[in-house]
Design a protein around this ligand. Structure first.
Ligand code: XMP
Length: 506
């Protein structure tokens, strides 16, 4: 595998994704917590960083633990750090270099730069520049404004590049990474979804042995794929629990439960709608509603888990970005969910945790799901928040409001599917607003509810843009909602981006 040492760059995860697109396994670790992977690591990549090597507290690493032993590639800060520590000089750039540049000189005999020609576009993003190189360093690529765009160190397989090969604006970035990972490090390109499935099932068998596992499913991609993998390893000793919290989409409980049963999972559906509605009664504050929903879920799940004898493990659909976030250079910060801090830990949280997807990115989870034969309807689902419609009904929640919103949401989502727009949207849903408006239907004056439709494009939910859905489509959906959903007489469309708005309204 390839070890990526993270110095805090916003692009570190992207480096990992590009390496994995070459079907080579890699892991990201913080620069100050290097794991002992002797024998397993075939190469090391040092990431970029928002810091400067000239800072007193600049992130630093003991290069001797890997330099000279395995090939090393420093990207941006990583390149500057190696130059700085080996007799070179790093200075602030006269102009801050950000954006596209073209290589004006390339040593194509060098293995790293093979098949990357003069004129090739690269993406720069740095405030410092390497002004002088130490002994044995040799420049292997330049742009018009940056002499040391890439270097190598004589007698070693150590390289540095000032530009970012991981962003798509670097035209031959993938070629460069392939040159490093495959040709220089000698990694085999055999890390495929098939192999992942095969080896993970074997590992799970070994890890779990003859124990029983309990797992909560949500209908979402991650938990479904994780459960399927565990199921392949231990069959009915995986006990899945799917809770109807009364805040799911229309018919979702029955449909998802049936598709899980169809997949052969040992699943129990729990109708806990009333428990949730009771817990939510009168609550209007979004955080209080979230906490009530989280707390009730834990109670329901704990009750169900106690019905299974001798459970030793809790299965979870944790994916790699959550893991990286929790050990990141920037600190574990806000990753601990608020409901984990309320009261003592429930019994099921004292179980050992099994997380078969904790090395995968979201798109890799989908590929694994496809390999496992999971239905596209589950793999292609939009994300849906844990508290469900509970944070889409502004103000207090009643079963009647849930039912109205389920109908509205159902019209919107089915129409998106019918018009072939569902897959162009990252997430869509409807919000029930806590106001009424005047309307006219036939000859009658109405005074009814207002709903807002929300559809966004995004990569990871951290930032999002509102979807420019066709007017005709919106007109069609609005018409159908007002005509078919009793109690709603006005539909608005949310045209706010995140930031400054959020995707959910609460
Ligand atoms: P926001 O509203 O913060 O949402 O822009 C970003 C993404 O997170 C989802 N979301 C939640 N998911 N529990 C969850 O499991 C929550 O409390 C929660 N709040 C927001 C939201 O649906 C979107 O995908």
């Amino acid at each position: 595998q390839i070890l990526i040492l993270d110095f805090g760059s916003q692009y570190t995860q992207l480096i990992a994704r590009r390496v994995r697109e070459l079907n080579v396994y890699c892991e990201i670790h913080p620069y100050n917590k290097i794991p002992d992977l002797t024998g397993e690591v075939k190469g090391v990549i040092l990431s970029g960083s928002p810091c400067s090597v000239r800072q007193d507290d600049a992130p630093d690493v003991d290069l001797s633990s890997f330099r000279g032993k395995v090939p090393v590639l420093g990207v941006c800060y990583g390149a500057q750090l190696m130059a700085h520590k080996s007799g070179g000089n790093v200075l602030p750039s006269e102009i801050r270099e950000y954006g596209r540049a073209k290589l004006s000189r390339v040593d194509q005999h060098n293995e790293l730069m093979k098949e990357i020609g003069i004129g090739s576009q690269v993406w720069m993003s740095h405030g410092d520049t390497i002004s002088e190189l130490g002994e044995k360093f040799e420049v292997i690529a330049s742009t018009h404004s940056v002499n040391v765009a890439a270097y190598r160190i004589e007698g070693e397989q150590t390289y540095g590049i000032q530009f970012h090969p991981e962003v798509t604006h670097s035209e031959h970035g993938k070629t460069l990474l392939r040159n490093f990972v495959v040709h220089i490090c000698g990694c085999h390109q055999d890390w495929t979804p098939d192999i992942f499935v095969e080896t993970t099932i074997e590992q799970l068998k070994e890890q779990i042995g003859n124990d029983q596992v309990v797992m909560g499913l949500s209908g979402g991609v991650d938990s479904s794929v994780a459960a399927t993998l565990i199921h392949h390893a231990i069959g009915p000793r995986l006990h899945c629990i799917f809770v109807d919290n009364g805040l799911l989409r229309k018919n979702e409980f029955e449909e998802v439960l049936n598709s899980y049963k169809g997949m052969g999972l040992n699943i129990t559906g729990v109708d806990a709608r009333d428990r949730f509605y009771d817990a939510l009664k009168g609550l209007t504050d979004p955080e209080e509603k979230r906490k009530a929903i989280g707390r009730t879920f834990i109670e329901v799940f704990d009750d169900e888990a106690h019905k299974i004898e001798d459970v030793a493990w809790l299965g979870q659909g944790t994916i790699y970005p959550d893991v990286i976030e929790s050990v990141s250079v920037k600190g574990p910060s806000a990753t601990i969910k608020s409901h984990h801090n309320v009261g003592g830990l429930p019994d099921f949280m004292k179980l050992k945790v099994v997380e078969p997807l904790n090395t995968l990115f979201k798109d890799e989870v989908r590929l694994v799901g496809k390999t496992l034969g999971i239905d596209d309807a589950i793999l292609g689902r939009h994300p849906f928040p844990g508290p469900g419609l509970g944070i889409r009904i502004l103000g207090d929640i009643t079963p009647e409001k849930v039912q109205i919103l389920q109908e509205v949401d159902h019209v919107f989502i089915s129409r998106l599917k019918q018009h072939g727009l569902y897959d162009d949207v990252w997430q869509a849903g409807a919000m029930l607003l806590p106001i009424q408006s005047v309307g006219v239907m036939g000859d009658e004056r109405t005074y009814e509810r207002v709903v807002s439709l929300r559809a966004v494009t995004s990569v990871d939910g951290m930032t999002a843009d509102w979807c420019h859905l066709p007017y005709e489509f919106l007109a069609d959906v609005s018409n159908e909602i007002i005509n078919s959903v009793k109690g709603v007489n006005r539909v608005v469309y949310d045209i706010s981006s995140k930031p400054p708005a959020t995707i959910e309204w609460e």
